[in-house]
Design a binder for this molecule. Structure first.
Ligand SMILES: Nc1ncnc2c1ncn2[C@@H]1O[C@H](COP(=O)(O)OP(=O)(O)O)[C@@H](O)[C@H]1O
Ligand SMILES: [Mg+2]
Length: 409
């Protein structure tokens, strides 16, 4: 069995002993070294190249944050997990920004500790095997020969970050302003709320659709699409969560393939999991809008999601979208960019009044508050999906970009 090697760093010998004791019975985890300070940790990490470093924050010679940053830079194949005590959120934020991959707050159980080590260790091993074949992450660069019709998946492995708000407003923006054919698929099968946010009353859903016939055809798919007043058409999620299980990844692939042939843009709202359905949609996608907010859990989720997508060779499709950007939980945008090693392609401000009332009324804010900052932010973001006008007259392009300030495309 391949073991995950661990270096334990803490200035207190008893704490190091406790950690070793907690890991003693975990056969797949081996403590290969221990250090009592930041300097020693860096030297040992360079020497041992462990899969995981468990790093204390407060140490006299060099603090754990500085040491984590050095290890993240010098030995990128080693993952740092910060061990902190309750009441150190500021340190945690700094540590994550400095390159730590995960954190544990004391006191923790042996299963929590082993779970965190396995999680990051496994991910890093997968990354190492892919490292030679996977091209470097390019987050916002458009593909030069981007096909005309696009599948855009809005994803985050965390709930409540605004995936559905963004999917609905992006889809309506594209439909009403570009006069393009736009479909919105609600893949949050257990608790989809696209039809609520758009005030639609569906008669059927993706669950009934997949049970209708053995062969999926466009006319069948289209018969389940519910029209919205903006021109957008929606494929709803099931009304009852238990219906979700009839939909498979193969269904998702078939449906998206058919829709892509008939719509200019197919937007997909997702559930907050790396499940088969979402992965199937992300494989089909031209763009993955990875949505996140400015808080520590979201930063952690986004980082892990980027790692997973990188491992699956999907990270080149990612466009980062920072939502609720004006809600400041103490994390600077520059720290976020540093931690994620990328800049957001779109930024949406927090606007409780407009966003909440638009949800409650079932009228996307892009329809009712088009000139609000949030509305403008959606329009600017939507514009990025317009295929590059290669070979177009530069003068025409210039005029278009001025017009583009007032319209979505
Ligand atoms: N930009 C924003 N400004 C204010 N509130 C927002 C914004 N984006 C999302 N929200 C709030 O967050 C909640 C969760 O959004 P939702 O789109 O349902 O998240 P997800 O689909 O990721 O679970 C919404 O009900 C809304 O109240
Ligand atoms: Mg949602």
């Amino acid at each position: 069995m391949s073991q995950t090697s661990v270096l334990v760093v803490d200035d207190i010998a008893n704490v190091r002993e406790d950690i070793k004791r907690l890991l003693y019975f975990e056969e797949d985890i081996a403590v290969v070294g221990e250090a009592s300070g930041g300097h020693e940790a860096i030297l040992l990490a360079e020497d041992l190249k462990p899969d995981v470093v468990l790093m204390d924050v407060n140490m006299p010679d060099m603090d754990g944050i500085t040491a984590s940053e050095a290890i993240a830079n010098k030995i990128p194949e080693t993952a740092v997990v910060i061990i902190s005590i309750q009441g150190e959120p500021e340190y945690l934020r700094k540590a994550m920004a400095a390159g730590a991959r995960d954190y544990l707050v004391k006191p923790f159980s042996s299963s929590e500790l082993a779970g965190a080590i396995r999680r990051v260790g496994k991910l890093y091993k997968m990354r190492a095997t892919h490292a030679t074949t996977v091209p470097p992450v390019s987050i916002t660069k458009p593909e030069p020969d981007a096909p005309k019709n696009k599948v855009i998946v809005v994803f985050s492995s965390k709930g409540g970050v605004g995936k559905t708000v963004i999917s609905c407003n992006l889809a309506v923006c594209m439909a009403q302003e570009s006069r393009k054919k736009v479909a919105l698929v609600d893949l949050n099968l257990q608790s989809g709320d696209v039809t609520v946010m758009l005030n639609l009353s569906p008669k059927g859903s993706i669950a009934e659709l997949v049970q209708e016939e053995d062969r999926m055809e466009y006319s069948l798919v289209n018969s389940y699409m519910v029209p919205h007043m903006s021109g957008l058409k929606v494929l709803p999620a099931p009304l009852h969560p238990e219906q979700a299980e009839v939909v498979t990844a193969a269904h998702v692939e078939a449906i998206l393939t058919l829709l892509k042939d008939h719509y200019d843009y197919v937007i997909v709202d997702t559930s907050p999991f790396f499940n088969d359905l979402n992965l199937s949609a992300m494989e089909m996608a031209n763009d993955i809008v990875l949505t996140f907010t400015r808080d520590l859990p979201a930063m952690k989720h986004t980082r892990t999601a980027l790692d997973v997508l990188d491992t699956l060779n999907l990270s080149k499709k990612v466009k980062l979208l920072l939502n609720q950007s004006t809600l400041d939980y103490g994390i600077k945008i520059s720290d976020l960019e540093k931690s994620l090693n990328a800049s957001p392609a779109g930024i949406l401000p927090y606007d409780e009044k407009i966003v909440l009332s638009s949800i409650n009324k079932g009228r996307p804010f892009i329809m009712t508050h088009i000139n609000s900052k949030t509305g403008q932010a959606i329009r600017n973001f939507a514009r990025q999906f317009e295929p590059a006008q290669s070979g177009a007259d530069p003068e025409i392009k210039k005029k278009k970009s001025i017009i583009g300030k007032f319209f979505c495309f």
